[in-house]
Ligand binder design. Structure first.
Ligand SMILES: CC(C)(COP(=O)(O)OP(=O)(O)OC[C@H]1O[C@@H](n2cnc3c(N)ncnc32)[C@H](O)[C@@H]1OP(=O)(O)O)[C@@H](O)C(=O)NCCC(=O)NCCS
Length: 234
């Protein structure tokens, strides 16, 4: 147990440059307190003391501002920096060495009882206020940008940002870019595009010329034979 506590404290030093002393870390890091309390709540949950586990997690939330359902599975060296507003759902699974910032949510999208929360693999970083929804998987060492809303699984070693989140970095993105580059037929051709625009403009001008020509010939005809044109017009 002491070795785990030591490991947790060392994790804070490794992941927060603002941490200075052991005493400061032990007393001033709600992310750390939340993990410790969750471990007890999770052990109670597994032994089917459901109410007690929920109540402890409720106290945890009251003291730290971090809401972790006692059923959530969390690996080693997990660190929540700042913490306030974090929500981790019942069927969420978090691997080792995950870093999460304030306001991050691992939420469900269904009212079904089964697996409905995300799985976060080892080494993932989840930015502040990022929301990850549903039974999706965030691959190893992926990075979720602050404020992202993630509704699809994210590939390992990738960065996903935005609402809804899309991958902007990583092997998957590089592969897509490369496959696009290799499809020579799809390469953009600025010269062909300029010709296409010119053709459109010429066709447009031709139509206008024809309309003007027709108007002009009608006007000349009505000047030459005013009565015939008036009769034809009815
Ligand atoms: C996503 C993040 C992890 C950076 O990952 P990265 O792989 O190094 O990505 P980059 O910085 O190279 O950015 C990749 C692209 O995403 C954009 N981007 C980065 N973070 C973004 C965000 N949160 N929202 C929207 N776009 C973002 C960048 O502008 C860049 O766009 P470009 O390719 O058009 O230039 C980082 O930006 C982030 O959000 N970290 C969270 C930190 C945090 O929450 N701190 C709070 C402490 S309380």
């Amino acid at each position: 147990m002491w070795s785990r506590i030591k490991e947790d404290i060392n994790t804070v030093f490794a992941k927060d440059p603002a941490a200075r002393t052991w005493w400061e870390v032990i007393t001033c890091y709600p992310g750390l307190h939340a993990i410790w309390m969750h471990r007890i709540a999770h052990a109670l949950w597994k032994r089917r003391f459901h109410w007690l586990a929920r109540f402890l997690s409720h106290i945890n939330r009251f003291l730290t501002g971090i809401e972790i359902h006692p059923g959530a599975t969390i690996g080693r060296r997990f660190f929540i920096d700042h913490g306030m507003g974090v929500v981790i759902g019942e069927t969420a699974e978090i691997g080792n060495d995950v870093l999460m910032y304030k306001g991050a949510v691992l939420g469900g999208t269904s009212l079904e009882k089964g697996k409905r929360h995300p799985t976060i693999r080892d080494g993932v970083v989840i930015g502040t206020n990022a929301v990850i929804l549903g039974p999706i998987t965030i691959g190893e060492n992926a990075r979720i940008g602050s404020g992202a809303v993630v509704i699809k699984s994210v590939n390992p070693d990738s960065t996903a940002v935005g609402v809804p989140a899309r991958e902007v970095r990583g092997p998957h993105v590089e592969r897509e870019r490369l496959s696009f580059q290799l499809q020579h037929a799809q390469l953009p051709d600025p010269l062909a595009e300029a010709y296409r625009q010119l053709e459109e403009r010429i066709a447009d001008l031709e139509t206008q010329m024809r309309t003007l020509g027709a108007m002009h010939s009608r006007a000349s005809e009505s000047e030459a034979h005013p009565q015939v044109v008036a009769d034809a017009g009815g």
